[in-house]
Design a protein around this ligand. Sequence first.
Ligand code: GTP
Ligand code: MG
Length: 332
Amino acid sequence: MAKKKVQTDEIHQKESSESGSSYTLKDLPGVGEATVKKLQEAGILSIRTLAMYPMSKLMDEAGIGEKTAEKIIKVAQDIEKMGFKSADIIWEKRKTLNKLTTGSQNLDDLLYGGIEPGAVTEVFGEFRTGKTQLAHQLCVNVQLSYEEGGLEGNALYIDTEGTFRPERIIQMAIAKDLDHNMILKNVIVGRAYNSDHQILLIKESPKIISEKNIKLIVVDSLIGHFRSEYIGRGTLANRQQLINSHIHDLLRLTETYDELAVIFTNQVSAKPDVFYGNPITHTGGHVVAHGATIRIFLRKGKGEQRIAKVVDAPHIPESDSVFSITEDGIQD
Ligand code: GTP
Ligand code: MG
């Protein structure tokens, strides 16, 4: 039975605090079964995702004509109330934001409470500085209650280097007296075999995010595949463009879902001057540097110790803190 399509004045009348999320794609004017199918195949499952989609991408990826694309994005944006907001409303939302604990009080303090949902965090540093260990720890911690510093959700781990280790998850879960079988079940791992596959896994993630209550997405590492596949100057521009678009896919996910944190790792080249001079210089160039909202630079200290520094976060001063990698996971 055909349901009546949503009317523009209806959207404005609708009293809804955050969004008119009671609508589904089928309710949009001019959207029939066939279009819904095309949208779903492109990974667009909700009005909110559609509202954030760039038009050219929608046309490319879902094979939708320009007129329709323009129209349905506009209606989706109206439903989601994507116009201007006053700063006090933004503050109201930020004030109540739950942060995800890293397991180290020092590191949490540095980050004003932990990893932020609704943002993309980059963890970068030389090899063995603990990027992968921190990523594993967050997959455990995200499952904790809000009181314990978790987000009461699950993790999606995109492993591009084959370094995901369930053994470490088990150790970290046991150290917190958690049922490690449950914890393992709630870490969904996608092994990305090349850069195209990596991009595809993220594009296909919306279905899993809703179904499995995903609150954390890890991409470890972001540009490893791109770096090995795109060699030579001729292909550099193309590579940067793909990475840029991939990071924007991640950003859009954090904006689409209410409480979703995204972290990606990035290895810096081992040139000593990079560490003493300008630690911000790292692989991926400006495209990567500008893509992340918060960037954490890791370097080695004595033994198990690691030093973290936050660089160019919009609201955190640049400062250092020390944490440790132990068998039990990330600690002070
Ligand atoms: P790349 O991926 O090579 O760039 O490095 P990374 O930054 O991801 O390093 P990773 O997170 O894999 O950290 C490796 C460090 O963690 C090594 O120094 C290990 O010694 C340490 N580590 C891993 N497992 C354990 C453990 O069970 N106990 C302790 N104490 N340290 C561990
Ligand atoms: Mg690693």
